[in-house]
Design a binder for this molecule. Structure first.
Ligand code: HEC
Ligand code: HEC
Ligand code: HEC
Ligand code: HEC
Ligand code: HEC
Ligand code: HEC
Ligand code: HEC
Ligand code: HEC
Length: 263
């Protein structure tokens, strides 16, 4: 019977080699630590204590919105009551430490009157959170500065209930440059007041027949006075024979009512 060898015996070669590697590693770390770890490291925590005065000495750029109110209380009050309450003043006006703390007359912050600043946050991007107010730049009052209609410090528009154009902007802008520019939306759409609050529940009426358009365009209809709130003498309204013109089709099967074309 063979005798079991339980003594440790000879340490295998590979263990000796790996041990040596570890020893060299630990040894060089101890030596390098002495040479390369900055002096004040660890004095106050796991960082270089000397870094504090270096960071504190760096030039300041932002003053924080709390400093602005001392001299611009009106703007601050306005901002705090509106949709922009969570924005810092310097988000739009840029870093203003020099101005707010050192000397207000030496430098004045930038005043972003163009559209660009607003579009950084409000330009349409599908990845923005649902419900965040966004606009499509080319459709929302193009070319006009946003601050013409929105106060940047409290941007909700003054109107209590929005105009038709607030929600039907594209139709409104199309009509505004058409032959029907004189006609108010309500000329053709009797609109319940509730539509502006609860639009899908309370729908406005739409013209339903050819005679509706014929009131102004039928042959022999009046050319002066007012009809549906429109001054008939203000424009030369073209007339057609409603009985025959366009057969029996509805007028808007051929003429887009918000941009009608006749010739
Ligand atoms: C110590 C008072 C003081 C503080 C604090 C102060 N401002 Fe002013 N600010 C002024 C004065 C005074 C003017 C007018 C300077 C001028 O017309 O030369 C001014 C003008 C401005 C203007 C208008 C610049 C222009 O071209 O019309 C803006 C914007 C402005 N400050 C933003 C800020 C912001 C943002 C802060 C806070 C970070 C701030 N201010 C803090 C005093 C102050
Ligand atoms: C959303 C961007 C935005 C924020 C946030 C903002 N402002 Fe303004 N601020 C503007 C714009 C744009 C104008 C120019 C308005 C104009 O010309 O009608 C302006 C104008 C000013 C003016 C000059 C007023 C004048 O008529 O010359 C001052 C002062 C000012 N802001 C201070 C502040 C202060 C203080 C805060 C923070 C409480 C602040 N703003 C926050 C965009 C902003
Ligand atoms: C740094 C981002 C930022 C910038 C820049 C910014 N806004 Fe806003 N805006 C917001 C936030 C945040 C709200 C509030 C959204 C909410 O309450 O859901 C808001 C709300 C609004 C609203 C209210 C929308 C509503 O529901 O009625 C309007 C209008 C608006 N901003 C216009 C502007 C205009 C004009 C400018 C440029 C002068 C501007 N914003 C610049 C972030 C920004
Ligand atoms: C000619 C006037 C006018 C101009 C210029 C204008 N707006 Fe408006 N904006 C409005 C009106 C009116 C509304 C609708 C008000 C409402 O529904 O409460 C509106 C609504 C908004 C809303 C809210 C949209 C929503 O879904 O709730 C945002 C955001 C907005 N505008 C941002 C801007 C920005 C940014 C600019 C410039 C790039 C701008 N507006 C230029 C008149 C204007
Ligand atoms: C608050 C936003 C809002 C306002 C303000 C608004 N509408 Fe609407 N309107 C809507 C919505 C939403 C619909 C439904 C669209 C749909 O179902 O596709 C609608 C539908 C309509 C329709 C179509 C009805 C149908 O049967 O298809 C007409 C016409 C209309 N609106 C006219 C107007 C007129 C005129 C005004 C101004 C007096 C106005 N709207 C103001 C949001 C609005
Ligand atoms: C000359 C009369 C007339 C005027 C003015 C008019 N509409 Fe219309 N509108 C119509 C007719 C007719 C339809 C039905 C078109 C159809 O059924 O195809 C319609 C349809 C609509 C619809 C349903 C969706 C669509 O595009 O077909 C909406 C929304 C609407 N109008 C909104 C408005 C708004 C907002 C205004 C003012 C800016 C306005 N309309 C001005 C005659 C008019
Ligand atoms: C309240 C009166 C009124 C009503 C109702 C009315 N229109 Fe008009 N229409 C006008 C006026 C005003 C003009 C502009 C004439 C001009 O610009 O010289 C016009 C112009 C037109 C033109 C001619 C455009 C051109 O190229 O010269 C057409 C087509 C037209 N309307 C179609 C319609 C249709 C379709 C309806 C019904 C949905 C309708 N109108 C309802 C008043 C009205
Ligand atoms: C089948 C298509 C069709 C229908 C439906 C139709 N039109 Fe027209 N309409 C036209 C065409 C095409 C023209 C331009 C050529 C012409 O003058 O006959 C025109 C021209 C017009 C003009 C301009 C006439 C001029 O002298 O400048 C008016 C106004 C007009 N239509 C109103 C109406 C009204 C109102 C209705 C409904 C009662 C209607 N149309 C139905 C096709 C149609």
């Amino acid at each position: 019977m063979k005798k079991l060898n339980l003594s440790i015996g000879k340490v295998p070669d590979q263990a000796v080699r790996i041990g040596a590697v570890f020893l060299i590693g630990i040894g060089s770390m101890v030596v390098l630590r002495q040479r390369f770890i900055p002096e004040s490291f660890g004095e106050l925590g796991h960082y270089r204590a000397n870094a504090i005065p270096v960071v504190a000495g760096a030039p300041l750029h932002y003053a924080g919105w709390q400093t602005c109110g001392a001299c611009h209380q009106d703007e601050l009050d306005k901002k705090l009551e509106g949709f922009h309450r969570t924005l810092s003043c310097e988000t739009c006006h840029g870093p203003a430490y020099e101005h707010a703390v050192v000397d207000p007359t030496a430098t004045t912050p930038t005043v972003p009157r163009g559209r660009e600043t607003c579009l950084t946050c409000h330009g349409y991007l599908p990845s923005r959170p649902t419900g965040f107010p966004q606009i499509i730049e080319l459709q929302h009052n193009p070319m006009e500065p946003c601050i013409k209609c929105h106060n940047p410090h409290n941007p909700a528009t003054e109107e209590e209930t929005p105009a038709c154009s607030g929600c039907h902007g594209q139709i409104a802008r199309t009509k505004a440059i058409s032959h029907h520019s004189l006609l108010a939306c309500e000329t053709c759409h009797v609109t319940p007041a509730e539509h502006k609050e609860n639009p899908r529940q309370y729908l406005p009426k739409k013209p339903t027949n050819r005679e509706f358009c014929g009131q102004c365009h039928g042959e022999g209809t009046p050319t002066s006075g007012t009809l549906l709130g429109v001054d008939l003498s203000a424009r030369d309204i073209p007339k057609v024979d409603v009985e025959t013109h366009g057969n029996t089709y509805l007028c808007w099967q051929c003429h887009y009512p918000h941009f009608p074309e006749g010739k």
